[in-house]
Ligand binder design. Sequence first.
Ligand code: GLA
Length: 388
Amino acid sequence: MELLENKFESVFGKEYDYAFFAPGRINLIGEHIDYSGGNVFPCAITNGTYALVRIRDDHKFRFVSLNVSDTEILEIDASDLAYDENHGWVNYAKGIIATIAQKGLSIDTGFEVLYYGDIPNGAGLSSSASLGIVTAEFIRKINQLPLSDLDLVVVTKDSENQYIGVNTGIMDQFTVMFGQKDTALRLNTETLDYERVPVQLEGHKIVIMNTNKQRALADSKYNERLEECARALSIIQNHYDVSELCQLNREQLEAIVDAFRDDMVAYRRARHAISENDRVHRAVRKLRHGELLAFGKLLNASHKSLKDDYEVTGKELDSIVEAAWDEASCIGARVTGAGFGGCAIAIVTTDAIPTFIKNVGNKYKEVIGYEANFYVAEIGDGSHEIKR
Ligand code: GLA
């Protein structure tokens, strides 16, 4: 924080008024089902995005990110909130302000903000939800807006869906806001009912494995999966009275497999969604009862389903996860987040982590040709103000 405080003063010439932090997240299990009414099981991590803000007495918004440059300030006027390709990452902040403005709330208090993030961008750890929520937090504060935490979650999701154009579910924003140290959230994405489950891994830690494969196509493929699920749902609705894929169980789906004759892709997408939702319930029970090996097996099964039925993994993620499975110290591993590159997680015996990293890292480099990065994940708190 001290470093950021000094940076703020050297960039903007004055002291900041408020500071906020919003974390990134990993998802333990429950992947690609938060837009199909499924249950997910994510947790916030201690890495995330910091924002230091000072109120201005005009209507100018000035943005700096230390991840980009500490001298490049982008200045926009409160009346100029339209998406602009040239504004790059700042669009994620503008989208929040524009989405709040659409609610008819007054958000024209000028500000200057300095961001710093210690999550790798576009790696499946929710850097965008983290940037979105931290922005929503300070906009609410400086404009004294009558918005609840859940309102900010919805604003951030709406901004991602409508302003940025990626039709994500609510998992990331919800976790970034409501995560809590050493616990995961079992969130029902249809009702938003949730429970907090302690993550006690007795002698194990969660290792994040970053494939360093950038996800250039991720966004369009993401929306493609949504369309395929919508197709599956409309076939299912000819037979059952449901509004979301995850309201169905495996037997009900199997009973109408013939209806998918002409669209087996849609069938496999539905099979993933329904089986994954079931795995989440089982995984939560296993973790609560301390049955770690069984918990790990469910993680492995989740990865296989995302690979074969949902097709969102790819060579890099499969190689790193398979290399993890080969290690005796690993009790489970899977892709986390949207996939198509980005990160996977592995649950590894604490003492063996250095050997695990060495072996998996070597194998990955041998097959893929470049290095992976590894971080030990700490489960942290959701977004909050940092008081002086
Ligand atoms: C991205 C989206 C989430 C979720 C995951 C996949 O992180 O933002 O809403 O769909 O992918 O589980």
